[in-house]
Design a protein around this ligand. Structure first.
Ligand code: MN
Length: 186
């Protein structure tokens, strides 16, 4: 399956908002993203960062990967589900591919992330109970948890509670890659 996030992201936001009957103002309150920005994203006039998309997902209580393709059904568990063929490159230097779309039964999804040289992406807290597992593919992946930076070498992993502020950065001169397994509580 192939989904173009440039059209799928605006359509998904519009669908989420309209299906709940939320005004832009109500949506801004729930997501902590400004009304103006939400309107621009919905009209396809602004290309959201990964951090902004996460705020929207958390505010609506949906998985992050809904912005990148069809989620598996609410009750379905697809053991052999393949990743979506969707790539997102944001203005903060974070590139993201969906490796494994959200699985409602397992409550998890997995992304491949690339940070450009010098990139830093700070994330607001995700929904309560969300846990991330970051597995570094290259030396130099750095994760801030509770205000402390941790540097990972290739092959190292770190699990952290992502329902608090956290951040990702790359201080190297070449891109660094990691996998991010996100787990949502029931
Ligand atoms: Mn995060």
């Amino acid at each position: 399956m192939s989904t173009d996030p440039r059209t799928h992201i605006p359509a998904t936001l519009r669908h989420l908002r309209q299906s709940r009957g939320w005004s832009l103002e109500r949506c801004a309150d729930a997501t902590a993203v400004s009304k103006a920005m939400l309107g621009q994203i919905e009209r396809g006039e602004s290309s959201p960062t990964v951090a902004t998309l996460w705020k929207i997902a958390s505010g609506f209580g949906v998985s992050f990967s809904v912005f990148f393709g069809e989620a598996t059904g609410a009750d379905s568990h697809v053991p052999d589900g393949a990743g979506e063929d969707a790539h997102w490159q944001d203005a903060a230097g974070m590139g993201l591919d969906v490796l494994i779309p959200f699985d409602a039964a397992l409550g998890c999804e997995m992304f491949a992330v690339t940070l450009a040289p010098g990139a830093m992406s700070a994330s607001a807290p995700h929904a309560s109970g969300v846990i991330e597992h970051v597995i570094a593919l290259d030396d130099g992946v750095e994760i801030a948890v509770d205000g402390r930076w941790h540097s990972l070498a290739a092959g190292q992993a770190r699990r952290f509670a992502a329902d608090r502020p956290h951040a990702y950065r790359n201080r190297r001169l070449q891109p660094v890659r990691f996998h991010d397994l996100v787990h949502y509580p029931r």
